[in-house]
Design a protein around this ligand. Structure first.
Ligand code: PGA
Length: 299
């Protein structure tokens, strides 16, 4: 056997296989990769004929990997990790003048993360920054898929072996519309929340998890059936009088009245939490990411 024969599969085809396997659908993979559906199908067919076996099989309404497909997916993951090590070594050769920082933040971090990245990028102008912003579950999936080097979140998952360093305090506050009668009171018993409508973030949000934990801990049962998919939607709905909500203090203006909101002094709030900067223990941290960790630890 000629061991020098280069693989006939391309990185593009492997990336496409990964997306199709993860999403269980050609259509969704095409959307995520910004390709047409026929292009995705052709890439998969070419990959199958390159390796000579079927990689996907039908599963219900979607598709899933065959045993051979799973083997190839593992191999592709290892190849990508190896390629990243090469890029990192190359970066080490060139010093920190070049490189890429891949960082994922939960949605609330969009209110402040730019400031941190600005300071960092002023010190390291050659480093490209790739920031993605999603809710907690989506950020956790990125860590699992090795789609980001660093992540910022309040409640890191216990199922992944992670390193972490504290990033910023995150007080969670109860908000109501501006002029709410509770706003001018000194301290209100938390049982009052039992009779209120509490607007919740979507499932998968860390703010929602923390709020649910708070309610469970204090045995409070508000009417929490209304769900909104972002901090901004929550704030607008609260300002419009649709209900109360728990949000990060960082998601509010210095003077919440400017946004039509008031922080309510209910007993048990603010709920003090901390954002952590986390990364996978079983991955080598790229130089740019390691530099960002040091930057955060130094401030
Ligand atoms: P999220 O953020 O509600 O946008 O998921 C949670 C967090 O601060 O960790």
């Amino acid at each position: 056997m000629n061991t020098n024969r280069p693989p006939r599969a391309t990185f593009h085809q492997l990336r496409t296989l990964e997306a199709v396997a993860r999403l269980g659908s050609i259509t969704q993979a095409a959307r995520e990769l910004h390709l047409t559906q026929p292009t995705v199908s052709v890439q998969i067919q070419e990959l199958q004929s390159a390796v000579g076996v079927a990689l996907l099989e039908p599963a219900g309404r979607g598709i899933r990997l065959t045993e051979a497909g799973r083997l190839l997916q593992q191999t592709a993951l290892q190849m990508t990790a190896l390629w990243r090590t090469f890029e990192d070594d190359l970066q080490a050769l060139q010093g920190l003048e070049r490189g890429k920082l891949r960082i994922a933040g939960v949605t609330t971090t969009e209110y402040f993360i730019a400031r941190w990245l600005k300071q960092f990028s002023d010190q390291h102008p050659g480093i490209d920054i790739d920031l993605s912003v999603d809710n907690r579950d989506a950020v956790v999936r990125r860590l699992e898929r090795d789609d980001t080097d660093l992540a910022v979140m309040m409640m890191p998952p216990t199922a992944l072996a992670l390193e972490s360093t504290p990033f910023l305090d995150n007080p969670l506050v109860l908000i109501g519309p501006c002029g709410h009668p509770w706003a001018t009171r000194k301290r209100l018993p938390r049982q009052l929340l039992n009779d209120q409508r509490l607007l919740m973030r979507e499932p998968g949000s860390g703010t929602r998890l923390a709020t649910e934990e708070w309610l469970r801990r204090h045995a409070i049962h508000p009417d929490a059936r209304m769900t909104l998919g972002s901090n901004e939607a929550i704030k607008h709905a609260v300002a419009a009088g649709l209900g109360l909500a728990v949000v990060s203090r960082h998601a509010l203006a210095a003077d919440p009245a400017q946004e039509g909101l008031a922080v309510l002094p209910l007993e048990g709030f603010p709920e003090l939490r901390t954002w952590q900067l986390v990364w996978r223990r079983d991955r080598r941290l790229p130089l740019a990411a390691a530099a960002f960790v040091r930057h955060v630890q130094a401030h």
